[in-house]
Design a binder for this molecule. Structure first.
Ligand SMILES: Nc1nc2c(ncn2[C@@H]2O[C@H](COP(=O)(O)OP(=O)(O)OP(=O)(O)O)[C@@H](O)[C@H]2O)c(=O)[nH]1
Ligand SMILES: [Mg+2]
Length: 277
């Protein structure tokens, strides 16, 4: 059985941060060096396939590319209407655009009614040789300010120019929208490149996304290696095997230069992900 569903995502953020470029990269895999400010709103759509708990979905994602700047209330009102998710975009090379994410875009989208998924997108990654520090610092300041709410947000550094992380950003937020609409509280889809770990899947995915936040990039290899090195059987996970896996992972974190105190905080949280077994 194939279920058809349509959802709406708005791309928001200051002028010139790359909203239209992100949409073009995602929809048609193209990029323009020259800048044409968007007048009003562009709407495009793309069909995405997902499998959730063995059920197949075709999600038609309507992407609303909204003109930048905070002065266009009427346009924003339209964009926010019935929106299922928002991608809030900042430009890594423009600190004012990052500041307005916290000062303007997050408050305005979270204040408008309803339950929405949010993705924080820091774009133009290609222009910074090493954007990791800036990215991590910004996302962690947001998590400090917004607390648990922000734990659930997709966060990613992207380049519309090179294409890095663009498809993933859209797929990730769309998957969250889909999961929360078809199975509230049940995040059971596997992101690309991650195997289906059965009942332990949620725990592994949570670790994967936390790790991505810590490192500023996705690195499932470290999880795969730790899994292999442990005796954990993902089809039949036992508590002590899971703890062993976390210990091995902890060693990796240390050798990757993640502060001990920070790592310990996460390890503690992760150890609570698998309570039942
Ligand atoms: N190097 C680089 N340039 C980018 C990237 N994304 C966008 N640009 C450039 O930045 C400029 C602005 O991009 P747009 O996509 O038009 O920005 P926007 O947010 O849609 O702007 P408004 O419609 O005015 O709100 C253009 O010149 C793009 O070529 C990127 O990831 N890397
Ligand atoms: Mg635009």
């Amino acid at each position: 059985m194939m279920r058809q569903i349509a959802k709406k995502v708005a791309i928001l953020g200051d002028m010139r941060v790359g909203k239209t470029s992100l949409m073009n990269r995602f929809i048609s895999n193209t990029f323009e060096e020259s800048y044409f400010s968007t007048l009003g709103i562009n709407i495009s759509k793309k069909k995405l396939n997902y499998s959730i708990s063995g059920e197949d979905f075709v999600l038609t994602l309507y992407v609303w590319d909204v003109m930048g700047g905070s002065n266009f209330q009427e346009v924003r009102r339209l964009a926010f209407e019935n929106v299922d998710g928002a991608m809030i975009v900042g430009d890594l090379t423009n600190s004012a655009s990052l500041k307005s994410i916290t000062d303007f875009w997050l408050p305005s989208i979270t204040e408008s009614s309803g339950n929405k998924e949010i993705a924080l997108i820091l774009n133009k990654l290609d222009l910074l040789g090493d954007a990791l520090g800036l990215y991590t610092e910004f996302i962690s300041s947001i998590r400090t300010e917004w607390g648990e709410l922000a734990d659930e947000w997709v966060a990613m550094a992207t380049s519309a120019k090179s294409g890095e992380n663009v498809e993933r950003a859209f797929y990730d937020i769309a998957r969250k929208i889909l999961v929360s609409s078809v199975a509230p509280g049940n995040d059971s889809t596997a992101p690309e490149g991650v195997q289906d770990y059965g009942s332990i899947g949620g725990a592994i995915r949570k670790i994967s996304s936390d790790l991505e936040f810590l490192l500023g990039r996705r690195d499932n290899a470290v999880i795969e290696e730790s899994l292999k090195a442990s005796t954990l059987d993902v089809r039949n996970p036992l508590r002590e095997e899971f703890d062993e896996f976390l210990k091995i992972l902890a060693n990796h974190l240390e050798s990757m230069g993640i502060e001990e105190q920070k790592a310990n905080g996460y390890l503690e949280k992760w150890s609570r992900l698998l309570l039942a077994t």
